[in-house]
Design a protein around this ligand. Structure first.
Ligand code: FDP
Length: 331
């Protein structure tokens, strides 16, 4: 489709070609949530939504005001659409049930309202990650089994990145498409259709402060990336923003690898399977990339808990395959 096509039109056309995608109204409402959160992020320095709430979330992390604002915005903009049977958020301990006053539908929504929260107060890119599944249960409300799903069952996943511009990137299983918010129109316009991630990149993103606690295989892989070898483009350059969405987005467009492995202190790493790893893995695979724990593809994992953590290696397929070989002791 032509560059500059509105996201609304793009979604309608996609629906026309694939009538199975019955959640277009939900997607449209998610874009509204994205615009409202972007507006708030852009004035975070004006203090209303900056700083801590004084509470901690289900993971024991300090809750930022923007986390709460984004969480309630996502609920408010989507709960009445009639598409949803329930929601789950990284910021809420339990499933959110759709209030009785609203109609319910066949899908469930999961999201990380603000990814990279520690970067809010310092004007560094942050994002919102979301994912949609068709529900399995048939009762009036969604149940836990609707949410504990393999990433392969996602019907849509995306993120909104609040950076030098606001962008929405999503897939509904028909390629990955990027839209940039034109602030003068208040519309997301198509800027990249069918994004493909280069098979190899030149960047690696990892928090090397954790290196002493990593497995030997992970340490050896990072040492390998820093060795000089012209034919394989090494040494790679380090780029770590500390906001998963931002690091992932750069690697999606330019090629590269992001790693947050488990370590001696946290064997399952830090990132959440349902809200972070699975949606980005779906996008990565749709763009021709790869995502795994180092041993198993992320999309094949069966979650056991809503807030489960998972080691994540994601990005250019060639780089992720190479990392897996090191992690598995094959190199
Ligand atoms: P944050 O804690 O700031 O919300 O999801 C958590 C996350 O950020 C990711 O966005 C980011 O990639 C990672 O944690 C950063 O963790 P470290 O500070 O341990 O590097």
């Amino acid at each position: 489709m032509e560059k500059g096509t509105t996201l609304t039109r793009f979604i309608i056309e996609e629906h026309r070609q694939n009538p199975d995608l019955e959640f277009t109204g939900l997607l449209a409402e998610l874009t509204i949530a994205g615009k409202i959160i972007a507006r708030e992020v852009n004035k975070a320095g004006l203090a209303v939504t900056m700083g801590l709430t004084g509470r901690t979330n289900v993971h024991g992390e300090a809750v930022q005001k923007l986390d709460e604002f984004a969480n309630s915005t996502l609920i408010k903009t989507t709960d009445h659409t009639g598409h949803l049977a329930g929601m789950a958020s990284e910021e809420m301990e339990d499933i959110y049930h759709i209030p009785d006053k609203h109609p319910r539908g066949d899908y469930i929504l999961v999201f990380d309202p603000v990814d990279g929260s520690s970067n809010i107060d310092v004007n560094v890119n942050i994002g919102t990650i979301f994912s949609i599944y068709r529900r399995k249960s048939s009762g009036p409300h969604a149940t836990l089994e609707d949410f504990l799903r393999k990433g392969r069952e996602q019907v849509c996943a995306g993120y909104i990145i609040y950076g030098s511009s606001t962008m929405l990137v999503y897939t509904s299983g028909q390629g990955v498409h990027g839209f940039t918010l034109d602030p003068t129109l208040g519309e997301f316009l198509l800027s990249q259709e069918n994004i493909t991630i280069p098979r190899r990149g030149r960047y690696y993103s990892a928090n090397e402060g954790n290196a002493p606690a990593w497995d030997r295989g992970v340490q050896r892989y990072l040492e390998y990336l820093k060795q000089e070898d012209k034919p394989t483009g090494r040494p790679y350059s380090a780029r770590y923003i500390g906001s998963l969405v931002a690091d992932f987005h750069r690697n999606l467009l330019k090629g590269g690898i992001f790693l947050y492995p488990g370590d001696a202190r946290s064997p399952q790493g830090k990132l959440r399977l349902i809200y972070e790893a699975s949606p980005l893995a779906f996008i990565a695979e749709q763009a021709g990339g790869r995502a795994s724990t180092g041993l198993t593809p992320i999309l094949d994992l069966q979650p056991e808990k809503l807030h489960q953590r998972v080691p994540l290696v994601i990005g250019s397929a060639g780089d992720v395959e190479e990392a897996e070989a090191f992690f598995q002791g094959k190199r």
